[in-house]
Design a protein around this ligand. Structure first.
Ligand SMILES: NC(=O)c1ccc[n+]([C@@H]2O[C@H](COP(=O)([O-])OP(=O)(O)OC[C@H]3O[C@@H](n4cnc5c(N)ncnc54)[C@H](O)[C@@H]3O)[C@@H](O)[C@H]2O)c1
Length: 294
């Protein structure tokens, strides 16, 4: 496996492209938005510079990583010659099904098709392509170049062979892959999202404030970041994932807190929009938090 196409140059897509390129793969980074591609490449360059300053990579690694990435705005052009496609576009079922229909037309039947979805069924995504045994979930964590885990999700039809290839490939990227089955929320979000939702519910019930809730979880439970700050980093996807679990399991325990619903409706989407449980409007403040995270 030499050439990887990554669809979506946003938060996750640029991190995935960075990680593959730094491991020596040729990466074709595709996004419908030229602006997102420019922003994604600028983020990759800034993150590489930070790693260089820390001494974890050399100037040569920086140069090689950047030259390994080629950008495209057209899926058909971008996926030519790709051995693997990793889709990391916006979390929306219709949008992803549409992308996979295009991949079905544009790629050979030997190309493995992976998705970084946080919550959408891999089996459903696989249902729109010929040979769904090559469709798999490759759920990276944010920030991708730093976080070790890749949750590998087997759809109902995913083959043993494809699962093994993707598990081995994840190890080559320096990650630790964990194999799980395709049920709403998989494992990571099935456990994480109810905790974030409960933290929001605690705020909604006025049991404590944002600072107090996050401090209890950081200092009391040893979490590196409070649940409300983490919800700000994840953004409106939290609501989308809770809704998928609520509908998928038909269980009220996954019902999103009305405060979260209201905040997403009001455009308070966390770090991405500049305001969530915290205020990121002063750019320096947000930068301080991102650095702490990285
Ligand atoms: N943000 C997280 O913490 C996180 C963690 C794990 C997984 N995920 C998943 O990763 C995926 C991407 O999330 P994100 O946070 O990077 O989103 P994002 O909004 O930062 O980026 C999405 C990108 O997809 C692009 N896009 C939209 N439609 C497209 C299309 N048809 N073709 C090509 N590009 C298209 C957009 O222009 C945008 O640049 C989602 O499925 C999300 O659930 C997110």
């Amino acid at each position: 496996m030499k050439t990887i196409a990554v669809i979506g140059a946003g938060t996750m897509g640029n991190g995935i492209a960075h990680t593959f390129a730094q491991s020596g793969f040729v990466v074709k980074l595709i996004d419908v938005s030229e602006k997102s591609l420019d922003k994604g490449m600028a983020t990759i360059a800034a993150n590489l510079d930070r790693m260089l300053a820390k001494g974890s990579i050399t100037q040569e690694d920086v140069a090689k990583t950047i030259t390994n990435i080629i950008t495209y705005t057209d899926i058909k052009d971008g996926v030519v010659g790709a051995d693997l496609v990793v889709e990391a576009a916006t979390e929306n079922v219709e949008l992803k099904l549409n992308i996979f229909k295009q991949l079905n037309e544009a790629c050979s039947h030997n190309t493995i098709l992976a998705t970084n979805t946080s919550s959408i069924s891999i089996t459903q995504i696989g249902s729109v392509v010929a040979h769904p045994e090559r469709v798999i979930g490759m759920h990276f964590m944010n920030p991708v170049p730093i976080m070790k885990l890749v949750e590998i999700i087997r759809g109902y039809n995913t083959s043993d062979e494809v699962t093994k290839i993707i598990m081995d490939l994840s190890v080559k990227l320096g990650k630790t892959p964990v194999e799980v089955n395709d049920y709403p929320g998989f494992v990571a979000n099935r456990i994480l999202m109810p905790m974030l939702n409960e933290a929001i519910e605690t705020l909604y019930n006025k049991v404590a404030g944002v600072y107090e809730i996050d401090t209890v979880m950081k200092l009391g439970m040893g979490h590196p970041m409070g649940p409300l700050q983490l919800a700000d980093f994840i953004g409106p996807v939290c609501l989308a994932i809770l809704n998928v679990m609520y509908e998928g399991f038909k269980n009220p325990k996954y019902a999103p807190c009305p405060l979260l619903v209201n905040m997403v409706r009001a455009g308070k989407l966390g770090v991405k929009s500049g305001e969530g449980f915290y205020d990121y409007s002063e750019s320096k403040k947000a930068e301080k938090i991102s650095k702490q995270f990285l």
